[in-house]
Design a protein around this ligand. Structure first.
Ligand code: SF4
Ligand code: SF4
Length: 403
């Protein structure tokens, strides 16, 4: 589960078969299509993966535009569709989009906070052909769930979980982990078991978007991480095949980076609410990438011919130590967004790698987290909640500030 970073309310990774089908050099089809239908969301998660400048993006695509994107992407060979946001249920044309995707033959996954999933809507989505629903929780306790999202939504989510079961969907829960909830993994898994979950993704926060702004308050300590892994192992041993539990380790604690997106431009195509097409959902932050837009360019042209999608294909862009590294076919130098956020240069090796001359930027952040946790300095008062009002000033900020 490491190809595609699980972010925000959680995006499932493309399967290993996808990664094997597209080794990151020659562009095969965009097998995995993610449509971020809207940045509107009733929640305000402190780890939200949406761009911090979301309030400054243009108007959302129309229904007709989304349907055209579906047809064009399917014609290119896209097979797996994620419908995300923001909260995709904020779009009242979601059912039409699902129906078209079903007619085209996509496997359709709705990635949702659950807010807005009434019985009427889940019934309509089922009839339209939705295959899969991934429901996010922020924590096992109402207090922490509601605090982290700055809402009162825990009970609503529990009701949605019941609806998902009632409508015969596999119960798939996602919980983003960080300093303030990682010690609750046992309780989170117990909650998932009570809800009859078949799959649970415990996705340690990836530090982009709002999570990057809050990194100093969210990064857990290594001891917290190891305890959570131990609890997860014991839980797995007890429940066996009744529940699949994925524990996605935060890459800050690794010495090699994740093979981000199986290489940018290999299998993954994201479209933002305003039609911006991206080789990764966070790529908007990369300077000078000249991202194309589906309003003005066909998906085929975007995928095969645009500068943005070709920019990080192959290995020609790599600097040392990646350029001559024997592992460059395995991890593709890691995450370009993380390289940019931490070093200011997207062509650098991902500093998670201990061969990177910038690795100290990661180890220093981990050391600060160790000290903060040891001092019990949760610093929740400093957390910045995803909010339209503070998104605007964030736009004017320096994205590397705080690195
Ligand atoms: S604020 Fe909304 S879009 Fe962002 S992670 Fe939370 S539920 Fe997801
Ligand atoms: S130097 Fe670059 S290619 Fe080699 S392991 Fe590190 S990130 Fe991967």
């Amino acid at each position: 589960m490491s190809d595609l970073p699980p972010v925000g309310h959680g995006l499932a990774a493309p399967s290993a078969a996808f990664a094997a089908a597209a080794p990151g050099r020659t562009p095969g089809p965009p097998l995995w299509l993610l449509l971020e239908l809207t940045y509107r969301c009733p929640l305000h998660c402190v780890f939200c993966y949406n761009p911090t400048e979301f309030a400054n993006t243009g108007a959302e695509l129309s229904t007709d535009d989304w349907l055209r994107v579906l047809r064009e992407a399917r014609a290119l060979g896209a097979v797996q569709l994620g419908l995300s946001g923001g909260e995709p249920l904020a779009r009242d044309d979601l059912e039409s989009i699902v129906a078209e995707a079903r007619a085209l033959g996509f496997y359709i996954n709705l990635i949702t906070s659950g807010i807005g999933l009434s019985e009427a809507r889940i019934g309509a989505l089922k009839r339209a052909g939705l295959d899969h629903i991934q429901l996010s929780f922020q924590d096992s306790s109402r207090e922490m769930n509601d605090f982290l999202s700055s809402t009162r939504t825990f009970e609503l989510k529990a009701q949605v979980a019941a609806l998902i079961r009632q409508y015969d969907y596999p119960m798939v829960l996602n919980v983003v982990l960080h300093r303030h909830n990682i010690d609750h993994v046992g309780e989170i898994l117990a909650m998932a078991e009570r809800m009859g979950a078949q799959y649970v993704e415990l996705a340690n926060t990836q530090y982009y978007g709002w999570a990057w702004l809050n990194r100093e308050q969210l990064l857990p300590s290594r001891a917290q991480l190891e305890r959570a892994e131990e609890v997860t192992r014991a839980f797995r041993a007890r429940v066996g095949n009744r529940m699949q539990v994925y524990f996605v380790v935060p890459d800050y604690f690794e010495v090699r980076p994740k093979a981000c997106m199986s290489g940018l431009g290999s299998v993954f195509l994201a479209v933002a609410p305003d039609g911006t097409a991206m080789p990764c959902h966070a790529a908007r932050m990369l300077p000078g990438l000249a991202l194309p837009n589906v309003r003005t360019s066909p998906v085929r042209e975007i995928w095969y011919e645009s500068t943005a999608f070709n920019r990080f294909r192959g290995q020609g862009w790599m600097k040392e130590p990646c350029a001559s590294c024997p592992e460059r076919d395995t991890d593709f130098g890691g995450c370009r967004c993380q390289a940019y956020l931490l070093t200011g240069d997207a062509d650098n090796a991902d500093p998670v790698c201990d061969l990177s001359p910038h690795h100290h930027l990661v180890s220093e952040a981990v050391a600060r987290a160790e000290r903060a946790v040891a001092a019990s300095a949760g610093q929740v008062q400093k957390l910045k909640f995803r909010d339209h009002r503070i998104s605007i000033p964030v736009v004017t900020g320096d994205p590397v500030a705080g690195a």
